[in-house]
Design a protein around this ligand. Structure first.
Ligand SMILES: Nc1nc2c(ncn2[C@@H]2O[C@H](COP(=O)(O)OP(=O)(O)O)[C@@H](O)[C@H]2O)c(=O)[nH]1
Ligand SMILES: [Mg+2]
Length: 355
């Protein structure tokens, strides 16, 4: 998943490590030595030069050297040395479909963390660099995250979720997957086909509803989407259903018509959450659409589909930072179980995994 980005980040890490090694040829030895000494001291005894030196004799031969290293404030790498690798990384992130402001944020975070970083006693240069990249990524992708299951559980029932996004990105499929997801958690659902625009939309979602054994509320093609979702809410109230999953038509986000429809849905049923759906393979386009949909009809979160297909990964790390709303789920295939919660820590470790 997201192999393009993974490769670019790996290359950057190797570049900076090479710079750090070139800068401090004796650093490896010093680090190894101090690591051993730290283990022997069994604790977090620092090498601060101003530490009382009463235990000098017990410290072994490495101490003087370590103290000297700390006193000189030996750094991993200087700003100058970081410049070329960071510039290269920024270009590669852009080529990997990362939004420009997000690429900047990531490289700035890494710069801030690495410049002047003193080689720590028990931490190799490699670890410092890996941590800086991981922290920078986590910071941009965890924007706005909240506990989705808890929010659903705590909300007044029925909870109304409306799905937006352009045609073909996987809205209807994601609704079907979420019906299964909720069922596994003991949460009941009703499906509402607010896509009254596209021919065949009723048949497609009905097939899912029947397979999943869920009630579907649908009107004729050409009907009013807000009325369909309203009816589903009434059905949920009358039948003690927890969650209404409201599909919508996926016309162009620039279409005034569609935006007027979303506004009407907002007015008539006041959804608890509007979830924007787009596909990872759309890259920068997905990020731009997320921004535009959010501007037109505020979203509460996003679902990024087709993460299983070969995508760079740029949308996955850009959407939250650009919209201020979290990616909540990843679609990872065409089957009902192919959906997972978007967990920033898991994504970061996938992107930085050396395998
Ligand atoms: N590989 C893959 N295909 C998906 C995923 N989600 C949806 N699709 C496929 O994308 C196509 C369009 O999906 P659909 O739900 O009809 O999109 P909608 O127009 O937004 O409602 C269908 O063929 C789905 O099977 C996913 O996570 N991975
Ligand atoms: Mg659809």
């Amino acid at each position: 998943m997201f192999d393009g980005l993974k490769e670019k980040l790996g290359r950057f890490k190797a570049d900076v490590e090479a710079e750090a090694d070139a800068e401090a040829p004796d650093a490896e030895a010093a680090t190894a030595e101090s690591t051993d000494a730290a283990a022997a001291e069994s604790g977090d005894a620092g090498v601060d030069s101003d530490e009382p030196s009463t235990t000098d004799e017990d410290e072994g031969p490495g101490f003087a050297k370590r103290a000297a290293l700390a006193a000189t404030g030996k750094t991993i790498i200087t700003e100058e040395e970081l410049e070329a690798p960071l510039e290269q990384l920024e270009l590669e992130l852009l080529a990997g479909d990362v939004e420009m402001s997000v690429a900047r944020e990531i490289t700035e975070n890494i710069r801030e963390q690495l410049v002047g970083e003193t080689r720590k006693q028990v931490e190799s240069g490699e670890m410092v660099i890996a941590r800086a990249i991981a922290d920078a990524l986590r910071e941009v992708i965890s924007v706005g995250q909240f506990d989705f299951d808890a929010r659903i559980a705590d909300a007044d029932k029925p909870v109304v979720l409306v799905f937006t996004g352009v045609n073909g990105v996987g809205k209807t499929t994601s609704i079907a997957k979420l019906a299964r997801y909720f069922e596994e958690r003991g949460v009941s659902t009703v499906l509402a086909n607010g896509d009254t625009y596209r021919a065949g939309a009723n048949e497609q979602i009905r097939e899912h509803a029947e397979t999943l054994d869920k009630k579907l509320i649908a009107h004729q093609q050409g009907g009013d989407p807000a009325a369909v979702i309203y009816d589903a809410v009434e059905f949920a109230k009358a039948n003690d259903i927890d969650v209404v999953l409201g599909d919508t038509a996926g016309r162009l986000h620039t279409s005034n018509d569609l935006m007027a429809q979303l506004e009407k849905i907002d007015r008539v049923v006041a959804p608890d959450m509007t979830l924007f759906v787009d596909e990872a393979v759309a890259g920068q386009d997905a990020t731009n659409r997320a921004r535009e949909f959010n501007d037109a009809a505020e979203i509460d979160g996003a679902i990024l589909t087709k993460a299983d297909a070969d995508s760079q990964g740029g949308a996955a790390i850009s959407i939250a930072h650009v919209t201020g709303k979290p990616i909540l789920f990843l679609g990872t295939g065409q089957a009902y179980d192919d959906i997972e919660r978007f967990d920033p820590d898991v994504i970061v470790s996938r992107l930085l995994d050396d395998e």
